[in-house]
Design a protein around this ligand. Structure first.
Ligand code: GTP
Length: 427
């Protein structure tokens, strides 16, 4: 059996991920110590008979992406290629455009994953589910449950409770439809291209009909090849006996904003107990005090009197001095946390410095801090980008002086602050 895997990379300018997406494409932002996409790749590489991983997006590949691909190929011993879309083709358009590459080698099935999801990726369970539940060549959406209010921010699925067939699919409904939501992880057979092809043809006919002087097609885009899997394909496939939902109890979250990366880090760090215990720091003689789940890159230099955790990731070459306290935070490579500073619910950007006795702090309203896997809406939990950010983010190469407090603020790259700030976006 041959399986292909398609990872999706969005073309958007990642505005909600600012200021961190200025430095690195969002899919390469480190979550629990490794680039966001590496979690997808690790999960795919574990599936028996997986033949290749294809990443798709509109990004111009750069040195960083190429290096990441090369390292990941070597580490996971699987072919990984990046296919660049000529324009943003949407969640269905990219896989349709590159369908020949996907079906070459005649795979029985392939996975498609959104890049911005954090999940336990139960890929083998999805395969078993497809064998047991669906018709041969059926399509499987990974689903999870959300509360009524949260569900309306996602694709909502009404299922046949006995067969798990998807009976209705509505993307981001304006009123409550179902508490089963689409996780953005799919298992398809090559038959899916007939259905996407149907949408492509319809789009083409529409374009001819309206002769397209800058008008939009029904999907709101200007290209027949721009196709949304959710609205254009799943909505029509529901109730046709082809589309099924596999509901997972495993963790799942979206990584939309920079702040939600802290929540995703918490989920992945917790998963490391099972998958990568070697990535979790432990209390050792002569080492810092570790509380809960913490990742420390081997090149980081940490003073033994520092206390780290829970939910902390420390990147390459970070320096952490005496008496420093870090909790619920991501510290990116090259950052320098000076004596006795305190970093809570924050992201400290690459090469930034936090001065002695300074306090860098966010205040997310965590409904259940004792349960690392509590179902939460990461967007409301760690929302930022509005006037009162709930976590603090320091962009790259920011300097925070000694003995100041930076509370619930976003600091843009290369800023040299000279006083305390609260609830501000510092441009
Ligand atoms: P919101 O509207 O922001 O809630 O987003 P959403 O989650 O409904 O969809 P979004 O447009 O953020 O897309 C989700 C994921 O789909 C992205 O992270 C990408 O991985 C993938 N995706 C979206 N658009 C494209 C595209 O044009 N090309 C490719 N290759 N992938 C895409």
């Amino acid at each position: 059996m041959c399986k292909y895997n398609v990872l999706r990379k969005g073309e958007k300018k990642c505005t909600r991920f600012r200021p961190l997406s200025f430095e690195v494409p969002k899919p390469l932002f480190p979550v629990a110590g490794v680039p966001m996409l590496q979690h997808h790749i690790e999960a795919c590489a574990k599936v028996p008979n997986m033949k290749e991983i294809l990443l798709m997006g509109f990004y111009q590949p750069n040195e960083e992406l190429n290096r990441f691909l090369l390292n990941a190929q070597q580490e996971f011993k699987i072919s990984i290629r990046y296919l660049q879309e000529y324009a943003a083709l949407g969640t269905g358009g990219g896989i349709y455009h590159f369908r020949d590459q996907i079906v070459s080698g005649s795979p029985e099935a392939f996975f498609v994953m959104n890049a911005d999801v954090c999940s336990a990726f139960p890929l083998e369970e999805m395969l078993s589910f497809q064998k047991e539940h669906g018709e041969p060549n059926s399509f499987v959406i990974l689903g999870t449950t959300a509360n009524r209010k949260q569900s309306m921010n996602y694709g909502c699925i009404v299922e046949n409770e006995e067969t798990n067939e998807v009976l209705h699919y509505v993307e981001k409904p304006s009123t409550f439809v179902s508490d089963i939501i689409n996780c953005g992880i799919y298992l398809f057979s090559p038959d899916i291209f007939q259905h996407i092809g149907g949408v492509f043809q319809k789009n083409q006919e529409e374009m001819l009909l309206y002769s397209f002087d800058g008008e939009e097609s029904t999907n709101g885009w200007h290209r027949a090849e721009a196709i949304r899997l959710e609205q254009d394909v799943f909505t029509a496939l529901a109730g046709q006996g082809k589309l099924y939902v596999y509901k997972t109890l495993g963790f799942w979250s979206q990584i939309k904003s920079a702040g939600s990366a802290i929540y995703a880090s918490r989920l992945y760090l917790n998963q490391y107990h099972k998958t990568h215990p070697e990535r979790l720091a432990t209390n050792k003689k002569g080492g810092p005090k570790i509380s809960g789940n913490v990742y420390i890159h081997p090149t980081a230099n940490i003073d033994p009197t520092a206390t780290l955790g829970p939910n902390v990731s420390i990147g390459t070459g970070v320096t952490i001095s005496a008496g420093v306290r870090v909790r619920e935070s991501i510290v990116l490579h090259g950052a320098n946390l000076q004596d006795h500073c305190c970093v809570l619910n924050s992201i400290v950007g690459w090469d930034s410095t936090v001065g002695k006795w300074a306090r860098v702090e966010g205040t997310p309203s965590d409904p259940n801090p004792n349960d690392p896997l509590a179902k939460m809406d990461s967007e409301t939990l760690f929302r930022e980008g509005k006037l009162t950010p709930s976590i603090t983010i320091l962009g790259c190469n920011v300097t925070i002086p000694s003995e100041v407090i930076i509370l619930n603020s976003i600091v843009l790259p290369h800023k040299d602050l000279n006083r305390s700030f609260k609830n501000q976006i510092i441009l």
